[in-house]
Design a binder for this molecule. Structure first.
Ligand code: HEM
Length: 181
């Protein structure tokens, strides 16, 4: 995964649990990088090892860590560094979500080397919206859930988020989220 993702994991752990906890997790993950660069792609296994070892070291479920990481990604990283990009993709939460399938193609103007997730918006009524998430990477649906929660706060639009199902479809990990406004 791209260096900005690993940097953000380091940032979240250091901020909430301190630099010693981060150092323990980095060593347990056999991660020799003491700095992650934001112009470099790292193997996905680096990111997964960091999350698995953070879960073990901090005694927090992986799903909860990924969910918290999703919120942190929006409310700290994106809000502080990419607020203009977030705002350019929608005047409010609903418009942002309808545009989400194209969002990472804008991100790729900054980071052309990434393998972004895919999204489809299937149903969009006045009160609800069905969002489908596809990735060849497994197990990241709690991260998406946390990002959606963060977007709800960022756009000051309360929603409820239900994960309807997660399954493997044509080599893609597919999750369906039902959002109620
Ligand atoms: C300014 C905001 C954002 C930026 C700069 C950004 C950037 C990135 C980058 C660089 C990656 C790593 C991909 C790779 O290394 O191959 C990534 C992954 C990912 N992003 Fe975004 N992103 C943003 C917002 C969002 C939003 C709003 C969502 C919606 C849920 C999202 C969902 C994901 C997911 C789920 C992944 C993990 C990769 C995967 O599922 O395969 N991101 N993003």
């Amino acid at each position: 995964m791209h260096g900005v993702v690993n940097q953000a994991i380091e940032g979240l752990i250091t901020k909430r649990f301190g630099p010693e906890a981060w150092e323990d997790i980095r060593i347990a993950s056999q991660c020799s990088d003491t700095t992650f660069y934001n112009n470099h792609n790292y193997s996905d296994s680096v990111t997964y090892e960091l999350v698995v070892n953070a879960s073990k070291t901090l005694d927090i479920d992986i799903e909860i860590l990924l969910f918290e990481f999703g919120k942190y990604w929006v409310l700290t990283i994106a809000a502080e560094k990419y607020a203009a990009l977030l705002h350019s993709a929608g005047k409010g939460l609903r418009e942002f979500l309808v545009n989400l399938p194209n969002f990472h193609s804008r991100v790729m103007l900054y980071y052309p080397e990434i393998t972004p997730p895919e999204f489809k918006v299937m149903e969009n009524s006045d009160t609800s919206l069905e969002l489908q998430y596809f990735s060849k990477r497994p197990g990241l649906q709690p991260f998406v859930h946390g990002i959606l929660e963060g977007l709800s706060t960022f756009f000051e639009t309360p929603i409820t988020i239900d994960l309807k199902e997660t399954k493997l479809e044509d080599e893609y990990n597919k999750s369906i989220f039902l959002l109620h406004f």
